[in-house]
Design a protein around this ligand. Structure first.
Ligand SMILES: Cc1cc2nc3c(=O)[nH]c(=O)nc-3n(C[C@H](O)[C@H](O)[C@H](O)COP(=O)(O)O)c2cc1C
Length: 443
């Protein structure tokens, strides 16, 4: 398996965010090359690369780009830097350590798709990263890389704006993001029409995740086929996997798309903390169905994780050791979804709070076995019945925790207490942060 680093090769190097560092390392040469190509040829390379969206759904990027109607202008690019899915913490690294990689990816995408205005919608809590990105954009503008003429040589104007969100998870959902960008409340839109057809200000809009766009310079430099060869099958390239929880070395690891989940945990992340046994893993951000310890010998490739009954999602791998109370973990996750539901759809608005309440009762030992069944019924009633996927995101952990760890929920009901004892959490600080999400941002 290749050790090629597409995204993280400059992380940790001195002045890695500076234009001079990026340029000394061959930065913006991909843009120069692309300006000598037909824009359609750049799209063709991205299609050949088998790049799939890194924001959660794993949708084929090149295919998404072809959904833009041919004759409607203006078109917009919106880069999703909301990164609010608990357990996911990779996009912030790209922005903080290599912002020009993202700026070049944006410029290439805009050149390929005839887009002259791009927005980066960044999570409000990322004040530091927003400042770094704004500085990089200003540097690129001052150097004539973007602005009225791309690289100072092509009659193609491009502006990039950074828009700070206000700390709402729902605004990571693409259509809620567009509403928020338009200055409205972040309520998801009904789809279709999809944003590529009717998006920002009613105009065609491509929305891609930060990591997705940051791959484009490498694809243009080395070719789509070389990128595809870094991965496997329909999933090209490498990915950034964020490992958190009960491991010795939590962090972000760039690995081929089809890297082994077990290897990532036991070798790269240094194995389970304190030499304890593994209990469970959430492989793709908090919404992804949980896997029991015996199910982790799988490839992290999107379709492989799906075949194993979960999702590779946003690449956030959350690890739980044998001391973990799964009821407590799920109670904490459900609190997050209840708080973050935008309230537009009744099943999600009401159901997430019901699930939170039932889980609190189960955890405190005040519930019966019938409550465990009721919890499952509520989750089943939310799934598939909401405008956006937040409902599914809230239901899937409940459904999968009950499927894999039901005896633990029933034990709480039977004993009228947590069998793990009062200390209960069974979670390290790292996991608590990953599950709860970093400190909220207040304007
Ligand atoms: C509730 C919810 C939250 C989401 N949050 C994010 C996010 O923080 N960042 C992100 O890139 N995608 C997020 N998504 C996925 C986006 O809707 C969208 O699919 C993605 O930005 C598309 O980019 P990609 O094709 O490059 O993956 C979220 C989806 C849902 C339903």
């Amino acid at each position: 398996m290749s050790d090629t680093l597409v995204l993280s090769s400059r992380w940790g190097k001195p002045n890695s965010a500076a234009l001079a560092t990026y340029r000394a390392d061959g930065g913006y040469q991909a843009l120069d090359r692309a300006l000598g190509m037909e824009p359609a040829a750049v799209v063709e390379e991205v299609k050949k690369s088998n790049l799939r969206g890194r924001g959660g759904a794993g949708f084929a990027t090149g295919l998404k780009w072809t959904f833009l109607p041919k004759d409607v202008r203006p078109r917009y690019l919106t880069v999703n830097a909301d990164e609010s899915e608990p357990g996911t913490f990779k996009d912030r690294y790209i922005i903080e350590h290599d912002p020009h990689l993202l700026v070049e990816g944006i410029a290439l995408t805009c050149w390929a798709l005839d887009i002259h205005l791009a927005y980066v919608y960044i999570r409000g809590e990322f004040a530091k990263q927003a400042r770094i990105l704004e500085a990089a954009i200003a540097e690129a503008r001052a150097a004539g890389i973007i602005g009225p003429r791309l690289l100072g040589k092509k009659d193609f104007d491009l502006e990039i704006h950074v828009h700070r969100g206000a700390g709402a998870y729902i605004c990571g959902e693409e259509s809620a993001l567009l509403e928020s960008l338009e200055g409205k409340k972040g309520y998801p839109r009904l789809k279709p029409p999809f944003p590529a057809v009717v998006g920002l200000w009613g105009k065609p809009t491509i929305i891609n995740n930060v990591e997705t766009i940051a791959n484009v310079p490498w694809i243009v430099t080395h070719g789509g086929e070389a990128f595809a060869a870094l991965g496997t099958g329909k999933s090209g390239g490498t990915r950034l996997f964020g490992v958190s929880g009960h491991v010795n070395r939590p962090g972000v690891y760039e690995k081929p798309c089809h890297y082994g989940l077990k290897k990532l945990i036991t070798e790269d992340a240094g194995g389970v903390l304190g030499g304890r046994a593994l209990k469970a893993v959430i492989p793709g951000g908090s919404s992804a169905p949980v896997l029991a310890a015996h199910e982790i010998d799988i490839s992290l490739e999107f379709d492989a994780v799906k075949a194993a009954g979960s999702m590779s999602g946003s690449g956030g791998v959350i690890v739980f050791d044998e001391s973990t109370c799964m009821v407590r973990v799920l109670a904490r996750l459900s609190k997050f979804y209840a708080e973050e539901s935008c309230g537009q759809c009744t099943p999600c608005r009401e159901g997430t709070h019901w699930m939170e309440g039932i889980l609190e009762r189960i955890e405190a030992g005040h519930a019966s076995a019938a409550d465990v069944d009721r919890l499952e019924q509520v989750a089943n009633s939310i799934a598939g019945n909401t405008i956006c996927a937040l409902g599914d995101a809230a239901a899937m952990p409940v459904q999968s925790f009950l499927k894999k760890f039901r005896p633990e929920f029933l034990a709480h009901a039977e004993l009228h207490r947590c069998p793990h004892g009062d200390h209960g959490w069974g979670l390290t600080q790292v996991t608590r942060d990953a599950v709860a999400g970093p400190v909220r941002y207040a304007r």
